[in-house]
Design a binder for this molecule. Structure first.
Ligand code: ATP
Ligand code: MG
Length: 251
């Protein structure tokens, strides 16, 4: 088994000036196999986005190590970062740039040359149905369009690993299904995908492995047998039971 993402004994506490410290993650171990489609689910505030920020080197853990295809996210940040495309829950764009310019900027950040980008950008704009908005300033996009642009940016350098924090929040039904198709295709072509979502049917439909995180701890990991959307959600039942039991420990 080759591990695309390996997380060993990670802890992260946020220290705040005016409020109490928040232990966002404690003693996390997680292995995500190369080529897998991995779903990370958990209630609000469970630590999902924090974990994603640590994996992508946007924040630093207090303890433990994370490696991407064997490269340490802190000591070998540049190589590790190059292998990952990420769409964060709160995306930010330069409001003075158009959709197309924003994509050029991101491509440049990953060292892609103009010839590559002038081929890749129209392709990706088409894939995410943003042709009409090519010359539109990023701050003039609707919420769903911003989400699409954020995912497009994550894919611009054709990363081996794609990490998406709530990618379908705010997407209309048709686009959600189109995005699922795009992600399934990428995964079949070999891209490892880590996804967080509050839509459990999304995980049941797409993912082959799932982890449930609650209050900074992984409380369950399992293989997921992909199901049709029509079936009743077994994962939702399991999720509600596990989270309820976990929280009743201290509440
Ligand atoms: N920059 C920060 N400073 C202080 N506390 C933070 C910061 N970012 C997150 N937290 C806290 O860390 C905990 C985990 O937050 P995180 O954003 O990782 O949760 P999440 O699982 O992504 O939740 P959601 O489903 O709402 O997106 C929460 O208690 C949150 O308030
Ligand atoms: Mg989050």
């Amino acid at each position: 088994m080759t591990e695309a993402i390996k997380i060993i004994n990670i802890s992260k506490t946020y220290h705040q000036r005016k409020a109490n410290d928040v232990v966002a993650l404690g003693d996390i171990y997680l292995s995500i196999e190369e080529g897998s489609f991995f779903g990370l689910i958990g209630p609000n505030g469970a630590g999902k986005s924090t974990l994603i920020k640590l994996i992508t080197g946007l924040s630093c853990q207090d303890r433990g190590t994370i490696s991407i295809n064997g490269f340490d996210t802190i000591k070998q940040y540049q190589i590790a970062r190059q292998m990952v495309g990420v769409s964060l829950q709160e995306h930010s764009f330069d409001p003075y740039l158009t959709v197309e310019e924003e994509l050029y900027l991101t491509g440049g950040y990953f060292g892609k040359n103009k010839a590559y980008l002038s081929m890749k950008i129209p392709e990706i704009i088409k894939l995410f149905v943003l042709e009409d908005k090519r010359k539109t300033a990023t701050d003039k996009l609707s919420g769903g369009m911003k989400r699409r642009l954020a995912i497009a940016k994550a894919l611009i350098h054709e990363p081996k690993i794609l990490i998406l924090d709530e990618p379908t929040a705010g997407l209309d039904v048709q686009l959600r299904h189109e995005l699922w198709e795009i992600l399934e295709k990428l995964n079949k072509q070999g891209t490892t995908i880590l996804l967080t979502t509050h839509y459990l049917e999304e995980v049941e439909h797409l993912c082959d492995e799932v982890a449930i995180i609650d209050r900074g701890k992984i409380i369950h990991t399992a293989k997921n047998h992909k199901v049709d959307l029509q079936e009743n959600s077994k994962l939702e039942k399991l999720f509600l039971e596990l989270v309820k039991n976990d929280q009743s420990d201290t509440l």
